[in-house]
Design a protein around this ligand. Structure first.
Ligand SMILES: [Zn+2]
Length: 104
């Protein structure tokens, strides 16, 4: 296991997790709720973290997260199912199709 991302922003953490899952990289979130559950660690240690299960996936995972976490850029994209998604989303919220597939 290797940590590839950490943040106090749980939305960002789960976004990173979703990015990895959409790439077929197995990953988990750790430390969630640790601050309230454990009460042992100082706040700085209580960021939620994304870990990949296979350390060999780490370099690719970091690339996926970096590219997927960039600020919204570009126009919204339209999925094959007809739904419009903002540029920062890599998957259709409606049917789950990948942006890459929609853009051919
Ligand atoms: Zn769709």
């Amino acid at each position: 296991m290797k940590r590839v991302f950490s943040s106090f922003d749980r939305i960002a953490v789960y976004h990173a997790l979703n990015l990895l899952e959409s790439e077929g990289i197995r990953a988990i979130v750790r430390n969630e709720m640790l601050s309230s559950a454990m009460g042992e660690l100082p706040p700085a240690e209580c960021q939620a973290e994304v870990w990949v299960l296979q350390e060999a996936d780490a370099p690719r995972a970091e690339t996926v997260i970096r590219e997927g976490s960039q600020p919204a850029g570009g126009p919204p994209w339209r999925c094959a199912c007809g739904e419009l998604s903002e540029a920062q989303f890599t998957q259709c919220w409606s049917c789950g199709a990948l942006k890459a597939a929609a853009q051919g």
